[in-house]
Design a protein around this ligand. Structure first.
Ligand code: SF4
Length: 71
């Protein structure tokens, strides 16, 4: 019985990352994901409530990725 030869594959860098996503908003020092409304964050020690969009990195991605619009 013939066996299939397994070729070694190089790891593939993902091309669909936050960097190419239409929901990424590039700010001065960070990138925010604007796919969903801001999250409410309660700081228990101070009692403050904040609203923030999640910070992401250019190499990350998620299942909601959509390519940037080109027009
Ligand atoms: S890939 Fe996902 S986490 Fe990254 S910017 Fe797009 S929607 Fe947000």
């Amino acid at each position: 019985m013939a066996t299939r030869s397994r070729s070694k594959q190089e790891p593939v860098e993902p091309t669909e990352t936050c960097k190419q996503c239409r929901f990424a908003l590039f700010l001065k020092e960070s990138i925010e994901c604007r796919r969903n409304p801001p999250q409410v964050i309660y700081e228990g020690s101070t009692g403050f409530v904040e609203h923030r969009f999640p910070e992401v990195e250019v190499t990350l991605w998620c299942g909601e990725f959509r390519p940037k619009l080109t027009s």
